[in-house]
Design a protein around this ligand. Structure first.
Ligand SMILES: [Zn+2]
Length: 411
C-alpha cells in the first residue's frame, strides 16, 4: 500500500514538474517579441500633467525636451504599439497631442506636443502588480522660458546622440554612374514610423499608402529589365529627410522619386500633382505643402538642424543647374503619362522648397499621388488595380526619360 502511495506521490511530482515546465515555456514564448503597448492616457492640468502608457513588460526609457516648437520626446526600445486608433489626437493640460511609432531599427519613440515650456519632473516605469499592467509614467511641470532653455543647454549632448536615428553611411565614394549597365531609380516612400503623414477620415495613413505604392512601382520598373530600383525604406520605419537625400546621393541614383499623398480642408480637391524643387514656390498651395512635408523631422522629434550656408562652388552650381533641368524634363513627361491614366489636380506641374529634393547631383521629383481627404481618391489610393495602372504610367515616363538621356536605353 505504502509503495502505491509513494508511486502516486512520485507521479504527482512529475506531473507538477511537467506542468511547471510548460508554464515556463509559455512564459518564455510570450517574453519573445517586443513589449506590447496596449493603452495610453494623459491626466492632470495646466500646471502638472502626467502621461501614462500601459505596457506588457518593463522597458528602459530616456526622455528629453525640445524647443521650437515645444516637444517632449520619450525614447524606448522596440515596442509593439497596439493602441486604440485615433489615440493621441487630443491631449490634456500641458500636452496638446501625441504620437508614437518606430524611430529606427530596434528603437521606438513617443513625441508629445506641449503647449509651452515644460520640465520633465519624473520619468519611470512601474512593474506590473496584481491586475495592473506595467506602466510608463512621465510627469511634466509648467516652467519658464528661461528655465526651459537652461535645461535644454544642459541636455544638449544627450540630445545630439538621441537624434541620430540612422547609422552613418559608410564613407565609400559613390558608385561610378558611367560604369553601370542600367540606370538606378531610388523610390522614396514618404514618412514612416513615428511620422504617419496625413490621415484620411476613415483612418488610412499616408505612410502606409505611399509604401504600398512604392513597392508596386519597384515591381513594375524591375519587370522591364531596363532599370535597377532601390527603396529608401521598405517597412514602417522613420527616416529623416536628410537621410533620404543622402541615400540617393550615396548610391549615385540617376533619378530620385519621392512618393506622397496630400490632404486638404476641402474634401472636393482630388488628383495627382508632380513637384520639383524651386527656391520660390509656384503658388501658395505648393508652398504650404512643402512646409507640411518639411515638418517630418519635427514631427518625429528631431532637433531641426540649422541649414548650412550655401556652398559657392562653380562646379556644384553647374551640376545643380544640370540636375534641375533633368528633374524638370522628367516631371514634365510624367505629368503627361499620369494625365492619361488618372485624375490630376488643376495645374499639376508645380514647384516649391521640398527638403527631400535638395540633392544637387540627383534629379529629384516628388509626386503627390492623390488626396486622402477626398473619399473617391481614398478609394483609388487603397486599390491595387489603381496602383498597378498608375505605377505603369510612371514606369513609362521613367523609360522615356532614360531613353532620351541614354542612347543605350533608346533601342
Ligand atoms: Zn507626405
Amino acid at each position: 500500500m505504502t509503495t502505491v502511495v509513494n508511486r502516486f506521490a512520485a507521479f504527482l511530482r512529475i506531473a507538477l514538474l511537467a506542468t511547471m515546465t510548460l508554464v515556463c515555456l509559455a512564459a518564455g514564448a510570450l517574453a519573445e517579441g517586443p513589449p506590447v503597448a496596449t493603452d495610453g492616457r494623459v491626466v492632470g492640468d495646466d500646471s502638472r500633467t502626467r502621461f501614462v502608457l500601459d505596457l506588457s513588460g518593463e522597458v528602459d526609457l530616456s526622455a528629453f525636451t525640445l524647443g521650437e516648437p515645444y516637444r517632449v520626446v520619450i525614447d524606448l526600445p522596440d515596442i509593439d504599439f497596439r493602441l486604440p486608433s485615433g489615440i493621441g489626437s487630443t491631449g490634456r493640460g500641458l500636452v496638446s497631442d501625441w504620437r508614437y511609432g518606430q524611430f529606427a531599427a530596434g528603437r521606438s519613440r513617443i513625441v508629445l506636443d506641449v503647449t509651452g515650456p515644460v520640465k520633465i519632473d519624473k520619468a519611470f516605469v512601474l512593474p506590473a502588480v496584481e491586475n495592473q499592467p506595467a506602466r510608463l509614467v512621465l510627469d511634466l511641470l509648467k516652467t519658464t522660458t528661461a528655465a526651459f532653455e537652461e535645461d535644454l543647454r544642459k541636455s544638449q549632448l544627450a540630445r545630439d546622440t538621441a537624434n541620430e536615428p540612422v547609422q552613418k553611411a559608410d564613407q565609400l565614394p559613390p558608385p561610378d554612374r558611367s560604369k553601370r549597365e542600367k540606370p538606378l531609380i531610388v523610390i522614396d516612400a514618404g514618412h514612416g514610423g513615428v511620422d504617419s503623414g496625413t490621415i484620411s477620415a476613415s483612418g488610412v495613413l499616408e505612410k502606409d499608402i505611399v509604401l504600398a505604392f512604392a513597392k508596386k512601382l519597384q515591381e513594375r520598373l524591375e519587370q522591364t529589365g531596363k532599370v535597377a530600383v532601390l527603396l529608401t525604406r521598405t517597412d514602417d520605419t522613420f527616416l529623416p529627410l536628410g537621410a533620404r537625400v543622402q541615400f540617393g546621393r550615396d548610391h549615385a541614383a540617376d533619378l530620385f522619386l519621392s512618393i506622397h499623398a496630400d490632404s486638404e480642408h476641402e474634401g472636393s480637391v482630388r488628383g495627382a500633382t508632380v513637384y520639383t524643387l524651386s527656391d520660390k514656390a509656384s503658388d501658395r498651395e505648393a508652398a504650404e505643402l512643402a512646409a507640411k512635408e518639411n515638418a517630418s523631422d519635427l514631427i518625429a522629434g528631431l532637433d531641426l538642424q540649422k541649414e548650412a550656408d550655401g556652398v559657392t562652388d562653380i562646379l556644384v552650381d553647374l551640376t545643380r543647374r544640370e540636375t534641375r533641368n533633368f528633374s524638370a524634363s522628367f516631371a514634365n513627361g510624367l505629368v503627361g503619362d499620369l494625365a492619361s491614366t488618372t485624375r490630376m489636380i488643376k495645374n499639376p506641374r508645380r514647384s516649391a522648397g521640398f527638403q527631400v529634393l535638395r540633392a544637387h547631383d540627383v534629379p529629384s521629383v516628388l509626386v503627390e499621388i492623390g488626396y486622402l481627404s477626398n473619399d473617391q481618391d481614398e478609394k483609388l489610393l487603397t486599390s491595387d488595380e489603381w496602383r498597378s495602372r498608375v505605377a505603369d504610367a510612371v514606369t513609362q515616363a521613367v523609360l522615356r526619360f532614360f531613353g532620351q538621356k541614354y542612347a543605350y536605353l533608346g533601342k
